[in-house]
Design a binder for this molecule. Structure first.
Ligand code: C2E
Ligand code: MG
Ligand code: MG
Ligand code: MG
Length: 291
């Protein structure tokens, strides 16, 4: 009797869950399994100096190829990993893999840069700094030229603690970037009151550049302000030469986007490093330079 009742309640509960909840539960279970089975890996998207066309480094981006679900977009699974805490072991894998990979790239390009994303949940992990330090030491690379990208969500959580952590990372020699600028509530005043080295402009902002002259002026003001505060400006999601043109015109320092290169494997970055060594320049930038 009780058993049957429990089953009914279970069934009732399951039917009461909406599709979104079911999907999230499924994703959580599959993320756990995939962590054990090593189904996560990294893609790397090149970042280019906008004035010179040099490939300056890469951003590491987490990818998941689930045996049952196939490729799941990071925009879908990272929020689940975040809310379940699974982003902690995932983030450790990301950092360990990326910094070891950087050690290999720096053997040919000693100034090669790396950007790694950190989510708010990782920022609340008391083992974050020691884990970062341990893998850095293990890799043998120096922290200079490595940037941690964080979103404003980190600051909304606990401003004082976040600022302390940002400063600790900077004291260790890392740079910190405010990611996804232009979305959410982040404003230019954040740049003054928090210790950032890089302003990373979100792709939605970049995509408006061609059609919205007012956004252009807003971004120009943001770039000027960032530079006045000694921050570097990076644009994400550059897809057209018109966007690149505007960003050059504003003095934006570097950028990434499908116009240059999609996120690719580490082996592809190896090949790009060979192709871009010496006088190698990005064709898009070269074209812009020729009148
Ligand atoms: P994000 O850090 O802002 O990363 C940039 C996103 O824009 C990436 O999406 C990248 O593939 C995409 N992108 C780059 N260029 C273009 C372009 O020209 N056009 C378009 N449409 N998209 C472009 P992705 O890889 O899907 O990552 C989404 C977000 O997931 C990231 O946004 C980041 O917030 C998060 N994420 C990715 N990897 C990690 C990770 O290792 N750890 C954490 N905590 N978060 C991560
Ligand atoms: Mg990022
Ligand atoms: Mg971003
Ligand atoms: Mg973004």
């Amino acid at each position: 009797e009780a058993k049957g009742g429990g089953r009914n309640i279970g069934k009732f509960f399951e039917e009461g869950m909406n599709q979104g909840m079911k999907r999230r539960l499924l994703l959580e279970q599959k993320i756990r399994e995939s962590l054990v089975k090593n189904r996560f890996y990294l893609s790397y998207q090149p970042e280019f100096d906008i004035a010179t066309g040099q490939m300056v480094g890469v951003e590491a981006l987490l990818r998941w190829r689930c045996e049952e679900l196939g490729d799941v977009a990071s925009d879908e699974f990272i929020p689940v990993a975040e809310s379940t805490g699974l982003i902690i072991p995932l983030g450790e894998m990301v950092w360990r893999t990326a910094v070891q990979q950087l050690a290999s790239w720096r053997r040919t390009r000693p100034d090669f840069q790396l950007a790694v994303n950190l989510s708010p949940r990782q920022f609340r992990d008391t083992g974050l700094i020691s884990g970062i330090a341990r893998e850095l030491e293990h890799s043998g690379v120096c922290a200079e030229g490595i940037t941690f990208e964080i979103t404003e969500g980190v600051l909304l959580d606990d401003q004082l603690n976040s600022d302390r952590l940002l400063q600790r990372l900077r004291d260790m020699g890392f740079s910190v970037a405010m990611d996804d600028f232009g979305t959410g509530y982040s404003s230019l005043s954040y740049l003054r009151s928090h210790p950032f080295d890089v302003l990373k402009v979100d792709k939605t902002f970049i995509q408006e550049l061609e059609s919205h002259p007012r956004d252009r002026e807003l971004l120009r003001a943001a770039v000027d302000m960032a530079h006045a505060l000694n921050l570097k400006v990076v644009a994400e999601g550059i897809e057209t030469s018109a966007q690149l043109h505007w960003l050059r015109d504003m003095g934006c320092d570097s950028g990434q986007g499908y116009l240059f290169c999609r996120p690719v494997s580490a082996a592809d970055i190896d090949r790009l490093l060979v192709a871009f060594s010496g006088a190698g320049r990005l064709a898009e930038v070269k074209n812009l330079q020729t009148p």
